[in-house]
Design a protein around this ligand. Structure first.
Ligand SMILES: Nc1ncnc2c1ncn2[C@@H]1O[C@H](COP(=O)(O)OP(=O)(O)OP(=O)(O)O)[C@@H](O)[C@H]1O
Ligand SMILES: O=P(O)(O)OC[C@H]1O[C@H](OP(=O)(O)OP(=O)(O)O)[C@H](O)[C@@H]1O
Ligand SMILES: [Mg+2]
Length: 287
């Protein structure tokens, strides 16, 4: 199975990191190459531009792809579907116009020119709202076009809003809320290998923001320990077969907790007699 991954840009590193955490390390130096093998002999990576990935998956050059929803919508290949929100690359496609101009709503754009790197998404957006607009495709620096009288408004990506602000543009409307997705060609979406990859990536996302707690706790205070731990189906309690713990009436307790609860949980655990509390990161959590 082949996974298409952004070859550069802001999506490359987080995509590779996610694949690595899911156990799909690239094995032969991913730099400047078109393909890379992974530690799984059945899975190879294909590196391509973020914008080309939907097409590669649609055409069969790859089976699944990792890229922004904005790119999938723009390419709109018809034979691919979303499998998983990978929870990075969050951004919005917005309609924006000069701050000091007279465009304040979508209707105000009627009869005007809109520049964008996403002409298909833009056409669809205006068609849905019955607004007649001249959409012009540009290949970058979209935010400059209203200043050089190439366009009256733009549809472009924003996340922090800095680029819009620097160019004195104001958001008129949100066109699409995007994040990076794992998507597949429909004819392979149910294949076992594809499903295994989905599960592996899902397990990394599930582990995000979670910590694993291990401790010794007095057996006669287990009820209190359980009350303190908010975790995922409750803690795992293990009797220590031999050694000091048994003599002390202590048991080993393991639990998954939210990172943001760790501080408070540790304090409470200490107050109910837990000792030797160990907090570790979790790489994957398969539920
Ligand atoms: N400022 C941003 N914040 C969050 N995500 C973004 C931002 N800009 C782009 N993205 C997401 O990343 C995707 C790829 O953008 P990126 O800038 O990495 O590539 P690109 O500029 O299209 O690449 P190339 O250099 O190959 O033309 C976008 O389609 C979008 O989903
Ligand atoms: O709201 P902001 O945080 O300012 O981000 C928005 C900017 O980020 C992207 O550009 P990028 O940095 O990828 O440069 P590019 O034009 O070279 O793709 C996008 O095209 C916007 O210009
Ligand atoms: Mg960019």
């Amino acid at each position: 199975m082949r996974i298409a991954v952004p070859n550069k840009g802001r999506l490359h590193d987080p995509a590779m990191e996610l694949l690595e955490h899911a156990g799909l390390h690239a094995v032969d130096g991913a730099d400047r190459k078109l393909y890379a093998d992974t530690v799984d002999p059945d899975v190879t990576l294909l590196f391509a531009r973020a914008a080309d990935i939907p097409e590669y998956v649609s055409d069969g050059a790859a089976d699944v792809g990792i890229t922004g929803l904005d790119q999938v919508r723009e390419a709109d290949p018809g034979n691919v579907s979303d499998l998983l929100d990978l929870e990075f690359g969050q951004c919005r496609l917005v309609l924006a116009a000069p701050e000091d101009g007279d465009i304040e709503s979508v209707a105000d754009v009627a009869g005007k020119t809109v520049a964008t790197e996403f002409p298909n998404v833009a056409e669809q957006y205006f068609e849905d709202r019955d607004v007649e607009v001249d959409v012009v495709e540009v290949s970058g620096a979209t935010e400059l076009t209203p200043h050089v009288e190439m366009a009256d408004a733009i549809i472009d990506i924003t996340s922090t809003g800095t680029t819009l602000k620097v160019n004195r543009l104001a958001i008129v409307d949100e066109v699409l809320s995007s994040s990076v997705r794992l998507f597949a060609r429909d004819d392979v979406a149910d294949d076992e290998k594809v499903q295994q990859v989905v599960m592996a990536l899902q397990s990394v996302l599930s582990a995000d923001g979670k910590r694993y707690l291990m401790m010794n706790a007095p057996e006669d205070r287990l009820a209190e320990v359980r009350d303190v731990i908010p975790g995922l189906g409750g803690p795992t309690v293990m009797n220590v077969e031999s050694g000091e713990n048994e003599e002390d009436g202590m048991v080993a307790v393991h639990a998954v907790v939210d990172e943001r609860d760790v501080f408070e949980t540790i304090n409470e655990l200490k107050s109910v007699g837990a000792t030797g509390i160990l907090v570790t990161e979790i790489e994957r959590l398969v539920e």
